[in-house]
Design a protein around this ligand. Structure first.
Ligand SMILES: [Zn+2]
Length: 252
């Protein structure tokens, strides 16, 4: 059977050089952007009207997890927390951060009869609960005796469905940074975990998670955590997870 193809001749109005240059720039920007949705998450205001509390763990005398006293949890989570604050504010959120420098927070709970670390965690809970935030994230770095274990774990308290949903969106955004280059025999955590073991999750009044970003005891995670560009990637991933949470539907 004969197949007739119609040939359409299109006439294009002549473009000036400046117009062509602008078109080329636009096409280049679109080619570099991962997706239209991503563009709106980065450049829109998906968190407008939200207040978010960030809690970089440890600080001051308390280094948290560390590797040979050179790589300290308290420094990594503070850097990521400050970068995340900047992204969240760009995204329209108001942000309360429990610490902006290398300090522990026991001064916010001045009970002399209690150990410093217990006053520190109570100080964080007090700051978060008085912030009137819609949600919070406590930032930590994990450690374990088994060096093959790596990747993020987002913990949430039982009986808090919105915390579980938040753990899911943040975990989904963060996990690919680690699982993409996982080697045979490595265990990269693939799901958030419910836990009643964290005082900060049990005592806070809004949805929230304790995010263990990666394992300082795994050589691959440790190499990633040492790089400042990767810390920025982590902050961006957490931001996207928060934006996804803010845009999503509540569980029925
Ligand atoms: Zn920690």
């Amino acid at each position: 059977m004969a197949f007739l193809r119609k040939i359409r001749v299109m006439t294009v109005p002549p473009l000036t050089w400046p117009a062509l240059a602008a078109l080329a720039l636009l096409l280049a920007a679109l080619a570099l952007s991962p997706s239209a949705a991503m563009v709106s998450l980065y450049y829109g205001k998906p968190l407008q009207g939200m207040t978010i509390a960030l809690d970089p763990g440890h600080g001051g005398i308390d280094s948290g997890a560390h590797h040979e006293s050179l790589l300290l949890e308290k420094e990594i989570v503070l850097e990521i927390g400050l970068q995340l604050r900047r992204l969240l504010e760009q995204g329209g959120a108001r942000v309360m951060i429990t610490r902006e420098k290398d300090e522990e927070l026991s001064k916010h709970c001045p009970d002399e009869g209690m150990a410093r670390h217990r006053r520190d965690i109570r100080g964080r809970v007090k700051l978060i609960n008085t912030s009137q935030a819609h949600l919070f994230i406590s930032l930590h770095i994990n450690s374990i005796h088994d060096p093959s274990v790596r990747g993020p774990i987002a913990f949430y308290a039982p009986g808090k469905p919105e915390s579980k949903r938040l753990a899911g969106t943040v975990h989904d955004a963060l996990n690919p940074l680690f699982s993409a280059d996982a080697k045979a025999g490595q265990l990269v955590h693939q799901a958030p975990q419910e836990s009643s073991a964290f005082f900060i999750l049990n005592e806070t009044e809004m949805p929230g998670i304790l995010l263990e970003i990666a394992f300082i005891t795994n050589p691959d995670d440790r190499a990633l955590l040492q790089g400042k560009p990767f810390r920025k990637k982590i902050a961006r991933a957490i931001y996207l997870g928060l934006a996804e949470y803010a845009c999503g539907e509540e569980d029925p």
